[in-house]
Design a protein around this ligand. Sequence first.
Ligand code: HEC
Length: 174
Amino acid sequence: MSEQHDSPIKTPQQLVWIVVLSFVVPIFVIVLLVKYVVGAKVTGAGSDAMTPEAIAERLRPVGTVSLAGASGPRALQSGEAVYTLACTACHGAGIAGAPKTGDAAAWAPRIKQGYDTLVKHAVEGFKGSAGVMPAKGGNADLDPVEVARAVVYMVNKSGGSLKEPEAPAPAPAK
Ligand code: HEC
């Protein structure tokens, strides 16, 4: 009975091969597995999936904000925003003879003049018996449509029922 057990490795050369292979084979398997997992995203030459445009498109956040340039029409503010910005100083508390927002009695005779007159007075300014209504409430850079929206907002809070003006049609493209 031999003490030497029966190994398949007979020569030092075989031992070297076994050692080398026991390193190389697992690494090869791991590389294959990684390729398999990542493989879906790896695209071959000739694909346009990696062009800057395609990458930018994939990275693009949902929804974009486009600010109208100085040449383009700017976004018009809502009646409430304009009112808070430019009108509430006088009309909020009824200062300097301004008819107070919400005071239906003070507004009723003015509302009777009609939308066009009210807007005209608000946009161009108006000196009445109660005091002076400054043009656009003193904010010259407001769009007339914004002022009209503020008039509608204020009047509708004061017993009126006006319809908010539509935004003006965009200028035809040149
Ligand atoms: C500096 C104070 C002041 C500010 C700011 C102001 N108003 Fe007036 N507004 C007045 C006064 C005063 C009157 C009343 C004038 C009168 O009848 O004698 C008036 C009247 C009006 C009228 C009634 C006009 C009419 O024909 O009876 C409208 C509509 C109006 N304002 C809209 C606005 C809007 C819209 C804004 C904001 C964009 C604004 N006002 C900001 C002082 C102001």
